[in-house]
Design a protein around this ligand. Structure first.
Ligand code: PLP
Length: 428
């Protein structure tokens, strides 16, 4: 059965549309996937972080069915619907800072980031956008320009849109200034003023777009003071701070929005992935005066905020709040981090261990040199799959094992998944 499906996939789907494993899903619930191959898998990949409320969350499924019974397709621009408002109202109520806020809905993370850039440019009347090394913001041409990994994302797809400038990310394990935190005195933060001399005038910068915790780039967590300093600098020059929370948001880090961990309030937040419990939906949220700046008709799209995704999102957000998903993320994170730290002691190829809530990862390195070890990382992912654990790697050097399990995972399932991974590590 699976072989036939794989053959069909080869025949019909271009190879560029990648797969991290050969599993076809028959059924999925919570943190478990049953494959067409008859096997059961523990899902530590969580559809790249878009299933924080779990596969087929019953409340989400119920909301989808109820909405589908009423109406399915309604473009918000031509016939408005209440679920759209319900989603935005909930998300804005969770946005930090006490000032008027507005938001709207689109279909994907990349589309949300593109819209954040449009709005920032419109509001400031400036063209330049500052992004970071190791960033991932999506696969459309503008968001690819903002993304920092060349192969496989960017190679051959240029030319890219101009006016994108790149700062080093505060990546302490591989410090871009070869210094050590905290003795470095946050050299990466003081460098920003130099960057404004050597790369782009701050008066030309519309926005700094940052992932509060880097996702695809390898779960890199900046020092809190860096984020605070960045907020100060952006304020000083009238530059908007955009937090791309597409991967780090929705309780993953133990807070609904990852920026809350740093006590920083951005001007715009983009969020997607888990907000609709597995259906496509993304939001651009921000200060009302910024969000209201573009002219009527300047923002939107046919499917953005379709009613079924919105109904799913209302259920997913309510579930997250009622079930204290942020607290669950902290509990999962503690267990996973403790285990990873144990492995760091035990296995010489485990480098840095990082975790903010359940956004947890470790680097796989060549023991003597700390050099990234992509081959061993791929072997870990492959062996884990063979034993029934779905994993995905990350990092510009493809040497980070990250976990994005649904936050509803049971203790036993979590332990089972970690035990499989530990066995794999032993074998390696
Ligand atoms: C931080 C971040 N921004 C944007 C995106 C793009 O989101 P999408 O794949 O929904 O377009 C991603 C996807 O992984 C992401 O992690």
């Amino acid at each position: 059965m699976t072989r036939q499906l794989l053959e069909k996939r080869e025949r019909l789907i271009p190879r560029g549309v990648y797969n991290t494993n050969p599993v076809f899903v028959e059924k999925a619930e919570g943190a478990i996937i049953w494959g067409k191959d008859g096997r059961r898998y523990i899902d530590f990949a969580g559809a790249i972080g878009s299933l924080n409320v779990g596969h087929s969350n019953p409340k989400v499924v119920d909301a989808i069915k109820k909405q589908a019974d009423k109406f399915v397709g309604s473009c918000f621009h031509t016939s408005m619907h209440e679920p759209y408002l319900e989603v935005v109202e909930r998300l804005l109520s969770l946005y930090p800072g006490s000032f008027p806020k507005k938001g709207f809905l689109v279909n994907s993370g990349a589309e949300a980031v593109e819209n954040a850039v449009k709005i920032a440019r419109h509001y400031t009347g400036r063209g330049a956008i500052v992004v970071f090394e190791h960033a991932f913001h999506g696969r459309t041409l503008l968001t690819l320009a903002m993304t920092s990994k060349v192969v496989p994302y960017k190679a051959g797809f240029g030319p890219f849109p101009p006016e994108i400038y790149r700062l080093p990310y505060p990546y302490c394990y591989r410090c871009p200034f070869s210094l050590s935190y905290p003795e470095c005195g946050l050299r990466c933060a003081s460098y920003i003023e130099e960057f404004f001399i050597t790369h782009v005038r701050p008066q030309e910068v519309a926005a700094v777009v940052i992932e509060p915790v880097i996702g695809e780039g390898g779960f890199i967590i900046p020092p809190r003071e860096y984020m605070i300093k960045l907020r100060e600098i952006t304020e000083k020059y009238g530059i908007l701070l955009v937090a791309d929370e597409v991967q780090a948001g929705f309780c993953r880090t133990g807070k609904f929005f990852a920026v809350e961990n740093f006590g920083v309030v951005p001007d715009i937040i983009t969020i997607a992935k888990s907000i609709a419990g597995g259906l496509p939906l993304a939001a651009v949220l921000g200060r009302a005066e910024v969000m209201d700046h573009p002219q009527v008709g300047g923002l939107g799209g046919t499917f953005g905020g379709n009613p079924v995704s919105c109904a799913a999102a209302v259920a997913a957000i309510d579930f997250a709040l009622e079930e204290n998903l942020c607290g669950k993320a902290l509990g999962i994170g503690e267990k996973v981090k403790a285990r990873f730290l144990k492995w760091k002691e035990k296995f010489s190829f485990v480098g840095d261990v990082r975790a903010l809530g359940a956004m947890a990862a470790f680097e796989v390195v060549k023991p003597a040199s700390k050099e990234p070890d992509k081959e061993t990382t791929s072997r870990i992912v492959q062996l884990a799959y063979e034993r029934g654990l779905l994993l995905i790697s990350a990092g510009v050097y493809s040497n980070v094992i990250r976990v994005l399990m649904p936050l509803v995972i049971g203790d036993e399932e979590l332990e089972e998944g970690l035990a499989i991974l530990e066995d794999v590590m032993e074998e390696i």
